[in-house]
Design a protein around this ligand. Structure first.
Ligand code: PHE
Length: 368
């Protein structure tokens, strides 16, 4: 094949007529004008000005035309491509300017706006306190144990030496679930976790269990039908009341500060023998009952604050829960978490913890 004319093909040159070229140009110009953003313009550019565009293909065919037709057609295609390229450049500049303007508007920062309109959430003080307590014991190598809130009567009472006719059952006014013959209660204390732990694990046992408990108490400034306790249980060889006292003194100091000791007053719980009430020396007046010669408000002049109950695990409980009472002894204690928070922070109304007023709980939110 030598000269270009040898490939002359009348069918191919048909699109190069004036009307055809103008139609290609106008289609390109219309598409350019319609392109509404830079991405679209990019597509239009490749479709109407790229290597495979109608005008580029037309341009390639010029060489195949008879010499007489080449000049005129060449000029026409050339002009059309020029117009298209120019329109592309103009539209490109317009769209770039628009995009830039939009970016400036979108990214405008009004430095005068308040930045903290959505207040940050705060963890509930009871959650924070429960975790703080668990941490104190975990740091001594204890584990955290949990149990269900809806509990079998046997675990809440019987296993803890509180048989059906035991007078102490009335110490804890109980929510019973229906039907009564199922013997299921809302747990009245965290002590069933003691029973669950002993039934499922072998000593040595060192567990702490913070959790929610329920009693049919009036809802007032110092009572609530739902409150929180933390239970501690140790079962090991050679455990005595001294270990209990040492653990509670450490617990008290970790929560209330150095020098805050505990005192035991003889008491009675069916699941411990001997049993004691635990008091804390008042961390405000340090036992004197006076602050600036006035009665201390925190302990009401007592010098001591009632904190919880404790004792050496009654061997009957060990036996009921499958522990060898000849070999092992243990101690247990139970404190109110809400109460602990109340006197630690001077909260006068227990209901403040449960009413969900963020103005109250937010103050605790920064505690870690
Ligand atoms: N469970 C007892 C209560 O709620 C507290 C307690 C726990 C006492 C463990 C002694 C030992 O009253």
């Amino acid at each position: 094949m030598s000269g270009p004319n040898s490939s002359y093909d009348p069918v191919q040159v048909t699109p190069l007529g004036e009307e055809e070229v103008f139609a290609m140009r106008d289609a390109a110009l219309a598409a350019i004008a319609a392109a509404s953003d830079l991405d679209e313009l990019k597509r239009v550019r490749s479709e109407h000005a790229g290597d495979r565009s109608p005008l580029a293909l037309a341009n390639r065919e010029i060489g195949a035309l008879p010499p007489a037709a080449r000049k005129e057609t060449g000029a026409r295609v050339g002009q059309a491509r020029g117009a298209v390229n120019q329109a592309l450049a103009v539209r490109q500049a317009e769209l770039e300017a628009e995009a830039e303007e939009r970016m400036l508007v979108d990214e405008t920062v009004d430095v005068t706006l308040p930045w903290d309109r959505t207040p940050r959430g705060a963890r509930h003080p009871i959650t924070t306190m429960s975790e703080r307590i668990a941490d104190i014991f975990v740091a001594m190598g204890w584990e955290v144990a949990e149990g269900p809130l809806v509990e079998a009567e046997w675990l809440n009472f019987d296993a803890l030496n509180l048989g059906p006719d035991h007078p102490a059952r009335t110490m804890q006014d109980t929510f019973w679930t229906e039907p009564a013959e199922n013997h299921v209660v809302l747990r009245t204390h965290t002590s069933p976790v003691q029973a669950r732990t002993m039934l499922t694990r072998e000593p040595p046992i060192y567990v702490v269990c913070p959790g929610r408990v329920f009693r049919t108490d009036e809802y007032d400034a110092t009572h609530s039908p739902m409150f929180h306790q933390v239970e501690g249980l140790v079962v090991d060889e050679g455990i005595t009341m001294a270990h209990l006292k040492g653990s509670l003194d450490h617990f008290a100091q970790a929560i209330f500060g150095e020098g805050i000791t505990t005192r035991f007053r003889p008491s009675y719980f069916p699941f411990t023998e001997p049993s004691a009430e635990v008091d804390l020396v008042c961390f405000v007046c340090r036992g004197s009952g006076l602050v600036d010669e006035a009665t201390c408000r925190t302990c009401r002049g007592e010098g001591w604050i009632e904190w919880g109950g404790c004792g050496v695990v009654n061997p009957r409980v060990l036996v009921a829960c499958g522990v060898d009472a000849e070999r092992y002894t243990g101690f247990a204690f139970g404190m109110g978490i809400d109460r602990t928070l109340m006197f630690r922070h001077g909260v006068e109304d227990l209901r403040s913890f449960f009413e969900g007023d963020v103005r109250f709980s937010r103050a605790f939110g920064t505690e870690i």
